[in-house]
Design a protein around this ligand. Sequence first.
Ligand SMILES: [Zn+2]
Length: 661
Amino acid sequence: MRCACVKNVRTSKTELDTKNAFLQQLQTLAFEFIEVSKNAIDNLSDIEHQALEKLSKDKTIIITKADKGNAVVIQNKSDYIIKIQQLLQTDGKFKMLKEDETVSRESSLQRTLRRLSNHALISKDVYNEILPCGSRSGIMYGLPKIHKTGTPLRPIISAVGTYNYKLAKYLDKILKPLVPNENYILKDTFDFVNKVSNIAHVENQHMVSFDVESLFTNIPTLETIEIILNRAFKHSEIFHQMNRKTLKNLLIICTQKSHFQFNGNYYDQIDGVAMGSPLGPLFANIFMDEFEQNHMQKLKDLGVKNWMRFVDDVFSVIENKSCSNNILEFMNSQHKNIKFTIEMEKNNKIPFLDTSVTRKETGFTTTIYHKPTFTGVYLNWTSLTARKYKISLIYCLCDRIWRICTNQNDREKEFRKLKHTLAKNEYPEHIIENEIEKFIKNRTTQPPTQEQQENIQQVPTVEQQTADELNNTILLQQLPVPPDKEKQIKYIVLPYHNNKVDAISSKLTKLVNSTFENLELRVAFQTPNEIGKKFPFKDNIKNKHLRSLVVYQVKCETCNQTYIGKCKRILQHRITEHNNAKKDSAIQTHKKLNPTHTIDANSMEIIDKADNNFKLMLKEMLHINKLKPELNTQHAAAYKKANNKDMFITQLNTIIIARKA
Ligand SMILES: [Zn+2]
């Protein structure tokens, strides 16, 4: 890439020297990293490996995590399939499709967006942000609710990479302000603790909690879209350049036309929103917010004193015990889709979110509540992850105790429990004692420092997460860069093969941070061989023709020479192109040079995949570099002859452009 820098950017001699020195050091570090990674630590025994291998090959079972709490659940595959199919037969919620609609829906959305962009109904930036390419269908899976009888499944749609995913993300971003935070919405447990501790208590009042039954599945889609439209166009006929009809159309695309597959069949969810859809929480919040706005006066008349809601869970203080029936009856007669269940306080206590609230003469106090699903399983001390995550986990759990427990006795009790739990997760006793002591000392003498606060945010592993979730956490953290901070924070994910990686990572951050004044590099570690990856339970797409963002290899049946290529769209398109005699491709070049050879793009093999186009290009080049496929060279030579320029440079430029974009 150096040649391109020299050519395109005008730089002074010293700047160039610094740049070269930086690149050199970076290269040295990269080689050091590769060297160190060769001695990857394996913390499982042979017997454990064999057992896992055997389990992963058993086709009659499904191994998943539980819906809540950190637990592993083994189910019979046949039971799992029957339960999901029962869910799919719920009246008026799902519609089976004749075939996978991905290709046609993606093209249709592309056309719609192009039209909107041409008519300036969306900006060019937005167009580029949401244009789908190489999409796949959604995938439905279920997570078992182990604390309920019959272990029902919570249906979830994995929507990343679907044709309307980026559009839905964008709509979520611009529609969020339509639900004002100051109403009745709680941000998290800590928000609840703060608010509840500020309520003045009056004698005879009573605590209750309400829970909306299956809120996501029961949200009336079209009705909620109308609520959104009414709010968006309340003061103007234009909302983010869109008119009402456009926004409505896009919202329908993102909800009722979000097909997914399960067990080889394709479905649309025609009512309710899917768990996993980027718009799910917004729809739930806006629908409930409207419900509250419409009915709060009446609820107050019936005796509601306080009302706080976290998605579908409501905490409420009511005038006295006896008015609860009227309140519940009223709420359950307002909308046919929305039914609440009620839980009353017992012995002046009630659990809500992760807390247990106690009503006292002086007011409300909170302490930690361990749900029945709590397993006490946390990131194990022996697991192959950076030490900083394990220490941060202790800090995080201490911080939770400190902020949730109102009184000293409860705090001490929870710290004792925590010590016990950490010991069960194999944390060494002296580390537990030291860290907790350090935390308490810190908290009692001074408020948390900036650095400690950042540490809390950096912890991605309160419950051990998969690589995808880790990446998401990192992405989430990238969003709220404080405006007063001039430094831009960038993240890099490195595989954690052994603890020597720590030293290299700190050298890397030092190098980058000292070279670029306004940049702060942070390293996140990814466990390379997570056990969970052996048990992919989500329905994988088996048809290779429908895969996208892949590196593939085609072999000539006659001479065995190979070609390596990449495809960011659905592979079928590329196969058709390769086999089209009129198009310029490596396969056609080879056929022209060797008319008797048999080579068919349909026989291509997928050798790698990536999650974005830039990584895909890099991976393609790495594979080409490693395997030196003859047909690529042959084609590059033919390309040079015909176009009078080097294909390698053209590819490099594409990469540099992609990097900038
Ligand atoms: Zn050949």
